[in-house]
Every structure is written in C-alpha cells, then in structure tokens.
Design a protein around this ligand. Structure first.
Ligand code: PLP
Length: 361
C-alpha cells in the first residue's frame, strides 16, 4: 500500500487519519452491533445518537444560539444557491449579492429565478483577486438579505471581516466553516458543504435562524422548504447517514485539537508559512491582493505556465498532491483546511525554494 501523501485537494479534501481509521471499522461493525454504520436504519437508536452527537458538537464548537436550527441536507452546497431565494424571495422581492467568485456568480444566477437581484459589488474584472471592504458597496434598503461567500475557494480570497448590515446576512462558508471563530448571531443563514472542513461529501450543513423558517411561499416543494427539515430534525426522509457520521467524527477530532479558537491559530500559522515564501521574492506570485488573502486556499503562479506544469509534476513525485489550480484560473493552489498538517506546508515550502533555485530563468 502506498503511504499517505500530503493532499492539497480543494475538496473533497484531506481528513484526519484517526477519523478515517475509525470510519473503516465502523462501516463494517458499528459499536459491536454486528451491523455496519451504513447498513442500519436512520431511525435506529444507534444512528439517532450519531446524528444528535454531530449536531450537539457543532452547536458547541460554533457556539450556535438556541434560536437557530442546524440542518443536514443533501444536494450539495449548490442546492442552497436556489433554496435560499426560493424560501426567502418571491415576485417583487429583492436580495443583494456580493460577487467575489465562481460560487457567488452561480448563486446570483439561481437567485434571479426567484426575485430581483442587486449585485452591489463585483471583482470579476480583476479576476476575482479581492473581496470588498464595507465602504465599497451599499445594500439596497428593500433587500430581504445580503449574500456573500466568506472564502472563495478557487481564487484564494477570504473576507477578513464580515459585512455589517441590518439586513439578514447569509454566507456560503463551504470552504472556511470551523476554520475561524465567528459570531453566528450576526447571520440569518450559514451553509457549507461538508467536504472541505467538516467531513466526507454528501451532506450540506445549514444553520438557520428560526424566524426565517416561515417565509417560504406556499408553492415551495416540500423537500425544498427549510421548515420541512427543521420540523423533522433533518429526518423527513433518509438523510446522508455516512456523511453525517463523518462530520460527527471530524468534530470530535476538532474538539480534541482545542476547538475552533486553537484551529484558527494553527490555520493562520500554516498560511503565513506559505505566504512568507511567496512574498520572499518575485518567482511566486499570489493571486489574491494581500488584504483579501485566504488562509484556506492559496492560489499562486510561477513565471510561466510551463514551469507551473513542471512544478506540479515534480511536487506530485515527492508526495505533494493536488496542487493544480482550478481550470478557470490555472496556476497552482494549495488548499490547507483544518485537517491539513503543518508539516505538509513546511515540506511544500522547502520544495518551492528548491524548485526556484533549480529553475530560475
Ligand atoms: C465556496 C463554495 N461554495 C459552493 C461550492 C459547491 O459545493 P457543492 O459541490 O457541494 O455543491 C463549493 C465547491 O467547491 C465552494 O467552494
């Protein structure tokens, strides 16, 4: 068997080895029941405990107030792009969006199907290399909500501080949930696909303030109404059992690391190791403007596309995998979510120095 490599994949992404080992046992025989975790009824007391554990750990780690529901949904984070406007907009209703990358663009497209959309800011002309500061946009007075993507996975930008608004604030936190401390009470909805910072693909976590559950127009399909899932504890239909289990195990691991506060400090340290290397000369160029840099996804370029191809190939040979940038911007990208070890970042940086020395123009 090949030893595990450092996996910089943007998602699905690297998970803690202890979680993978535990999962491999539980899938065959869960807690000595003689039944594998993915073979048991979602209504069994064993699985109900798994789901409750995942929810209560998330509530504890994110300090989620009691007037919020935690939902475990399917359809990927992408389904939230339409579920949000479907539940909160309707004819004549408006929402404001900040366009900071591919994922906000997709969300804007879907929102237009359900109401009026105002794009109050866009960095598209600058290849999405930055996020706005508060004074760069205004939120329309008649907006139902303000929507933004907290971390732009492809372009490697991240809001260092969140928008302030008296409107309902909604954030796609798919690629930075649980990576830094946040005040949930400032948000109406936070959602995230699990497959980057929380667990395996297959479940999307939605944290929703209770007063937003009653806003869906009457003709909203049952499965696409938040209230359906909130009323049934995410068990209206068969939930994605394995993914929910995986989230619970990752959250246990995260708690053992010291929780979100400790993780935030480690994440800053890891990202700084990489940014210091990029900033130390002209050879590597970060895609994001400095004030907008992400601590999760670090997108960068080398002097030429040929050198980037060579860099990625040589890195792969020494166990540094998944460094190819997204097809929409090319170049390289290192995704270093919570479970990505600091040693992997250090190994990448020493490789970057060696590669530069050996491949200077
Ligand atoms: C910020 C962000 N939002 C949404 C998505 C889409 O997630 P999914 O594939 O779960 O629909 C991604 C996927 O990478 C993402 O990075």
């Amino acid at each position: 068997m090949v030893d595990r490599v450092y996996n910089f994949s943007p998602g699905p992404a690297t998970l803690p080895v202890e979680v993978l080992k535990q999962a491999s046992k539980d899938v065959v025989n869960f807690k000595e029941t003689g039944i594998g975790l993915i073979e048991m009824s979602h209504r069994s007391k064993e699985f109900m405990a798994v789901a409750e554990n995942a929810e209560s750990l998330l509530r504890e780690l994110m300090e989620i107030p009691d007037n919020y529901k935690v939902l475990f949904l399917q359809g990927g984070a992408s389904s939230q792009f339409f579920m949000i406007p479907m539940n909160l907009l309707g004819k004549g209703k408006k929402a404001t969006y900040l366009n900071t990358g591919t994922w906000s663009k997709k969300a804007i497209k879907e929102a237009k199907l359900f109401g009026d959309v105002e794009v109050a800011y866009s960095s598209e002309e600058k290849t999405f290399n930055r996020v706005p500061t508060q004074n760069e946009y205004t939120v329309a007075d008649d907006s139902e909500y303000l929507y933004f993507v907290s971390n732009n996975t492809i372009y490697g930008t991240q809001f260092p501080v969140f928008p302030e608004t008296d409107k309902v604030l909604i954030s796609d936190m798919s690629s930075d949930i649980l990576s830094r401390q946040i005040d949930v009470s400032k948000f109406g909805i936070i959602f995230a696909g699990a497959q980057k910072n929380m667990g395996p693909a297959g479940v999307t976590v939605v944290i929703i303030r209770e007063d937003l559950l009653d806003k869906a127009p009457e003709n909203t399909p049952t499965m696409l109404t938040y209230k359906t899932h909130a009323d049934k504890g995410s068990m209206f239909n068969t939930p994605p059992c394995f993914a929910i289990y995986g989230v619970g195990e990752v959250l246990k691991w995260l708690k053992k690391q010291g929780g979100v506060k400790a993780m935030e400090a480690i994440n800053i340290e890891k990202a700084n190791i990489l940014y210091d290397c990029i900033d130390s000369g002209e050879y590597y160029r970060g895609h994001a403007e400095k004030d907008s840099r992400s601590n999760m996804n670090i997108s960068f370029n080398l002097p030429t596309a040929e050198l980037e191809t060579k860099f990625i190939a040589e890195a792969t040979k020494i166990g540094l995998n998944g460094l190819k940038g997204h097809r929409s911007i090319g170049g390289c990208r290192a995704s270093i979510y919570n479970a990505f070890p600091k040693e992997g970042v250090e190994k990448l940086v020493s490789f970057m120095k060696e590669f530069e020395a050996a491949n200077k123009a």
